[in-house]
Design a protein around this ligand. Structure first.
Ligand code: NAD
Length: 479
């Protein structure tokens, strides 16, 4: 006889743990099944985001920024530090402590919310098992048990895509997790893919002294970002020493005694490069391996993602799916919202996810952030628009910080003035984008933003001035 829950969530990552906590808050008897083991072999909730993604990468980005600033920023302030060194053990250890604090934090939250946590791999069983919505759990010791639930939320996340000719070996050819645990700064690091992971983790090791070469297959840099923003970012990354080769298609990666030998082709023909280590960051795929029995009725699309409708429902009674395992951007905060919304829908409430205002952030220096449509998208859609922009070079606070790089670009509808997109590159833009998302969520106009008082002197004045500039009335620049 299996125990019956109102909700079983398979996967305790960002989407799954938000779903579980919200479900428990709404009075539903909830369990979570998660197989992630931390470095100590014990259960480590929080999925990719907390274990090998958002949080540890931000810890290393911050540590490496401190080190980089010693040589590249402090002298401007009249401060010199000689013989600065990095103790990589402490550097990585600090990150590990933060990870443990946060994965343990999810465990505490589960206890506080009376959520039952199972350490093992969950599989949704189908009709042959004697009724829908039974979950088989295979513990890490091999023991199996079966639980039943009125609702099952699949939140199994994603895994890095492996290139057949550059397979991960955890030592020479690594994925994002491997790039968070390198024990000696490599002299040279090759990166395949100038996407979010390639740029963030490439920056970390570049700041510590590795010569980083990034090979990107596409001809355009950061094609998903607004072109003006991508151009500034590309120029700054080059200044920092990141060697980004566009239109470079990797053909082969052979591990030899002296490093990883890469063969790639670009507009000039076949090229070769030898690197100490190779990080492959060419995107992620939905992780559904072993998740579904053959007869569940849950469908996967051509990219292996779980098919869901606009309410994250799979079409099978009581079975939902959220986060990286379903369509939409692979961003933790998109998963958070889907998880909470599904719990609310299950409880008969009005869940809500607005896919049009999801903010994107890349935590490089300068940071990159945007929400809404790019100029290119609006052109393709034939939507009339007007643009306002403002450079951080004219923002007193940014200059005082010696971080006066980049700009805010606001795009509004040419007739209604409604804000359609905001694109930023510069200091602290990961935080500045939030007010633009609020404005867009409330269907605000550029004029609304222009009339809102922003504190002086702050970086947020760049958003204010960009809004004024939409109507050609920025104060601190020519219009
Ligand atoms: P990505 O999709 O951001 O970038 C992958 C890049 O690799 C693309 O530019 C692609 O053109 C390129 N590429 C693909 N195949 C290639 C090949 N054979 N040779 C050379 N280049 C190739 O993927 P990612 O950086 O691996 O990140 C994975 C996911 O994780 C993304 O969905 C991302 O949004 C998410 N993520 C988000 C954050 C953040 O929000 N700050 C941070 C890390 C990861």
């Amino acid at each position: 006889m299996s125990e019956k829950y109102d909700v079983i969530v398979i996967g305790g990552g960002p989407a799954g743990y938000h779903a579980a906590i919200r479900a428990a808050q709404l009075g539903l008897k909830t369990a979570v099944v998660d197989a992630w083991a931390g470095k100590d072999g014990k259960a480590a909730l929080g999925g990719t985001c907390l274990n090998v993604g958002c949080i540890p990468s931000k810890a290393l980005l911050d540590s490496s920024k401190q080190f980089y600033n010693i040589a590249h920023n402090l002298p401007v302030h009249g401060i010199t530090v000689e013989n600065a060194k990095v103790d990589l053990g402490v550097f990585i250890g600090r990150k590990d402590k933060i990870v443990k604090q946060f994965t343990g934090g999810v465990d505490q939250l589960f206890k506080a919310n009376k959520i039952t946590s199972f350490f093992g791999k969950g599989k949704l069983l189908g009709s042959k098992s004697g009724g829908n919505n039974q979950v088989e759990i295979t513990g890490n010791d091999g023991n199996k048990q079966i639980l039943a639930a009125t609702n099952v939320i699949l939140a199994s996340g994603s895994v890095p895509i492996e290139l057949p000719f550059a397979k991960f070996d955890g030592k020479n050819i690594i994925d994002n997790a491997g790039a968070l645990d390198i024990d000696k700064v490599p002299k040279t690091l090759g990166v395949i893919g100038a996407g979010v992971i390639g740029l963030e983790l490439g920056s970390v090791w570049n700041r510590l002294g590795a010569k980083v070469t990034i090979l990107e297959a596409l001809p355009d840099f950061l094609g998903t970002a607004d072109a003006d923003i991508a151009k500034v970012a590309q120029r700054e990354f080059k200044k920092q020493g990141l060697d980004i080769k566009l239109g470079a298609k990797l053909g082969k990666a052979d591990v030899k005694k002296d490093g990883v030998h890469l063969t790639y082709s670009d507009k000039d023909g076949e090229q070769s490069l030898v690197v100490d280590k190779l990080l492959v960051a060419v995107g992620r795929r939905a992780y559904t391996d072993g998740l579904l029995a053959d007869d569940t009725g849950v469908k996967l699309d051509e990219r292996g993602r779980i098919v869901v409708d606009e309410h994250c429902h799979t079409g099978v009674d009581g079975v939902w799916a959220v986060g990286d395992a379903v369509r939409g951007p692979m961003l933790a905060h998109k998963g958070f919202e889907e998880g909470m919304a599904v719990a609310e829908w299950i409880a008969g409430k009005a869940g809500h996810v607005n896919y049009d205002t999801i903010p994107w952030v890349i935590y490089t220096e300068p940071e990159i952030a945007w929400a809404g449509k790019t100029e290119k998208q609006l052109k393709e859609e034939g939507v009339p628009y007007k643009i306002g922009s403002f450079p951080f070079a004219a923002i007193g606070r940014a200059v005082a910080m010696n971080e006066a790089i980049g700009q805010v670009k606001m795009i509004a509808h040419a007739e209604t003035d409604r804000i359609l997109g905001v694109h930023m590159v510069g200091p602290g833009v990961s935080e500045l984008i939030a007010e633009c998302v609020v404005a867009m969520e409330f269907k605000g106009s550029a004029e609304d933003m222009a009339r809102i008082i922003h504190a002086h002197p702050t970086l947020s004045e760049a958003v204010h001035e960009a809004a004024l500039s939409v109507d050609k009335r920025a104060i601190h620049k020519g219009n």
